[in-house]
Write a protein that binds this ligand. Structure first.
Ligand SMILES: Nc1nc2c(ncn2[C@@H]2O[C@H](COP(=O)(O)OP(=O)(O)O)[C@@H](O)[C@H]2O)c(=O)[nH]1
Ligand SMILES: [Mg+2]
Ligand SMILES: [Zn+2]
Length: 350
């Protein structure tokens, strides 16, 4: 098995030649079991321990990462470095501690998946698109379970409006509808990640594309409970026709981690509008010359989209503040600013 099949390319080759010395060899993380990582390398598939830093926190490693391995005593292998990522799809990890969680690394295309029956939600799609544009990978929208939906074209139109310029496909893993269409994205050495809520049919889709039952799906089959899902658990799957598919565990919520580029791509028009209000600190309430208000009235700006933008702005502002550990400082500054404004206001009235 060649590492090129697994997506090794010039980008990594250049890093390797610059930074890594002899005695090391490259591998790609194809599954994450927590303490143990499964890695594909020139020797085939091996399991290695996740290196643990002395400080306690584990090294930041994700499925899709390219790593430098070292065979220590001819028997065991350990991870020495993580190569710089070409792309990464991240979110804010669940939990109290503020930290990044890389969901998929070194991905070329992300399939943003929603099912047409239950999971269809444009506000959620906006979130995924922001994170996708931020990741550096190309987003493609895949709507699943066409067999359970009677108004596919209406829903497709809704998606086109939410994600202009992004390709949209509707598929069914049951009837096979649309599957051929999405096969064009799978090319030798290219990695496609499947992202979306639990239950939308990601693993089923991998199995359909792979032509065999590689991944566990949620379906329980009463007829033959044995021997169905016995294949090794993998998250990054090499397809028989070339190309790699990265299945991710379902995410209940996608809390953004970084969003600057993504917000610009998704909401550049709103950012422009906001800038063209007469007052630079316009609250977009009742001020004269408010471009947002005008756009909402004329229908140029969709009210729901505007509300989502406001919500996202608030969330991102909060995240930024948390990130910099400056929440308190900022509150202090706000206090000062308000005091200043009050002072100006009273001065103006005198
Ligand atoms: N009707 C229908 N059901 C599907 C389709 N794809 C997946 N499912 C079912 O949806 C459920 C969840 O699928 P699964 O692949 O485990 O979802 P995941 O959590 O996104 O990996 C399973 O019961 C599948 O059989 C489809 O195209 N049509
Ligand atoms: Mg799954
Ligand atoms: Zn305004």
């Amino acid at each position: 098995m060649g590492i090129n099949e697994y997506g090794w390319n010039e980008y990594f080759e250049n890093q390797w030649n610059e930074k890594f010395k002899e005695g090391l060899f490259p591998g790609r993380i194809i599954a994450d079991y927590g303490q143990i990582l499964r890695v594909a390398c020139e020797h085939g598939e091996i399991c290695v321990n996740r290196p643990v830093q002395k400080t306690g926190g584990d090294f930041h490693m994700a499925v899709g990462d390219w790593i430098a391995l070292e065979s220590t005593d001819g028997i065991s292998t350990c991870i020495r470095y993580v190569l710089q990522r070409r792309t990464k799809f991240s979110r804010t990890a669940a939990g109290i501690e503020l930290k990044e969680q890389i969901v998929a690394s070194n991905v070329d295309t992300v399939f943003l998946i929603q099912s047409l029956n239950r999971d269809f939600n444009m506000r959620r799609l906006e979130r995924y698109l922001i994170a996708a544009w931020e990741s550096g990978a190309e987003p493609v929208i895949v709507l699943t379970k066409t067999d359970c939906c009677s108004d596919v074209s209406v829903k497709m139109a809704t998606v086109y409006a939410t994600a202009p310029g992004v390709e949209v496909h509707a598929v069914s893993s049951v009837t096979g509808e649309g599957i051929d269409e999405i096969k064009k994205y799978f090319q030798p050495g290219k990695t496609i990640a499947l992202l979306g809520s639990s239950g939308v049919g990601k693993s089923t889709l991998v199995n359909v594309l792979a032509g065999e039952e590689l991944l566990k799906t949620q379906e329980i089959r009463e007829d033959d409970s044995r021997g169905r899902h016995t294949t090794t658990h993998r998250e990054l799957v090499l397809l028989p026709g070339g190309g790699l598919i990265l299945d991710t565990p379902g995410m209940r919520t996608l809390s953004l981690w970084e969003a600057e580029t993504g917000m610009e791509v998704m909401f550049g028009d709103i950012e422009q509008l906001v800038k063209s209000c007469r007052f630079h600190d316009c609250s977009h309430g009742n001020e004269p010359g408010c471009a947002v208000k005008e756009a909402l009235e004329t229908g140029y700006l969709d009210a729901v989209r505007w509300e989502n933008w406001l919500k996202l702005q608030k969330e991102l502002a909060h995240l930024e503040a948390k990130k910099e550990g400056k929440l308190r400082l900022q509150q202090k500054q706000w206090g000062k600013q308000i005091a200043k404004l009050q002072k100006q206001y009273y001065k103006g009235r005198k």
